[in-house]
Design a protein around this ligand. Sequence first.
Ligand SMILES: [Zn+2]
Length: 459
Amino acid sequence: MSHFALQSKNVIVATKNSSNGISKMIAACVEVKNEHIHAIHPYGQTLACEVKDFGEHVIMPGLVDSHVHINEPGRTEWEGFNTATQAAAAGGITALVDMPLNCIPVTTTKAAFQEKLDAVDDKLWVDCGFWGGVIPQNIGDLDELLNAGVLGVKSFLIDSGIEEFPNVEAKDIRAAMPILAKHDVPYLIHAELDCGGFDDAVINEKYDSFLASRPKKWENDAIALMVDMARESKEKGDNCKVHIVHLSSDEALTTIEQAKSEGLRFTAETCPHYLTINSESIPDGKTLFKCCPPIRENQNREHLWQAVTDGRLDFIVSDHSPCTPELKHIDTGDLEKAWGGISALQFGISLIWTEAKERGFNLVDIVRLMSTETAKFAGLDEVKGAIKAGNHADFLVFDPNAEFTITNEMIKHRHNITPYAGRTVTGQVQHTFVRGHHVYQQDQFINAPIGKPLLKGRL
Ligand SMILES: [Zn+2]
């Protein structure tokens, strides 16, 4: 176990001077010792250990998903660490970062963070980092929370749907930013700002009525506010990192581009549902498609793909945010009452690859968008996000040509519901290795959960 090698004709390895995170695909043999990548040899190298040959299948660095809602402790009936990390392993994700809500307590204090760490024992099938939260009441606790090892923090600019996680305002952001800058961690922002005028939009079973109730303007205004805040922080000499989670509005892309061009440390992500679903095709009354911000029109989706292509959007994450079927109001189709969130943790790479390959992307691009850049963003890049000597031996073996149809039965996350049931996709995860441990193989989990918490400063 502790000493073996994997080889294939197609291995995506970091290039020699990989500080910029660029990889290439080569025939290679990757030697693993004591959970780490020991060396990269030519394909066919004779070694004094077992060599597993994956032929033409692609060996890639394990994916790093920096946006997952696990909800344990407290709302484990929505999703828990055991089921979520099984779904992750089945999706080729070897490290994920858990959000500070919707668990109870929310991760806004050191004590709450400790409760979460206690809750993960013996449940993790992949490695797991944690975001903390910033709410108006906890700015004084922030330093302590960051010292405890969260990788960064998240705030909402709008009602989060969780009473104990209220949104922040400019004065709170101003107070938090110097502390975050001192710890050199990103400030993740749910960027919707309720600027009125739409409060009375009637939401019924029509998807369009829900879409109209969360207009692009809410995102645009929130992102403009955050650029102002980031600019102010730079002028004060802090230059706090700001990150926009789950971007949906194409109209905000110019603002993001402007922020980057000014030298602000400003990044943004989008998700498979914004890139692979368009609102015109969402049937009315199908609450599984409800998320906030909403999935928008096809033209918007095309613009998001352009931004992924030219780098205005930095990476792709799941924003896996499940709940119980009852809270999703599947039976009633009530879009207003239904919890907003998409469940698809395990299918990210297949969904994205299916679309991306038609748009001229290759698997090296996918590695950058779903592993290297996300690892860097979460501060995990000293051990994750690339196949190179010294890194954790985290791998995904991918068959880029296998076609399959997503069914509810194959789902590994807690509730076997997803908006993608019935969709046929190309590209399938065959094996997943976490720090050299073979954890998943063709629909089966192997041995016991060996995932570890990933704490800042203690990787
Ligand atoms: Zn989220």
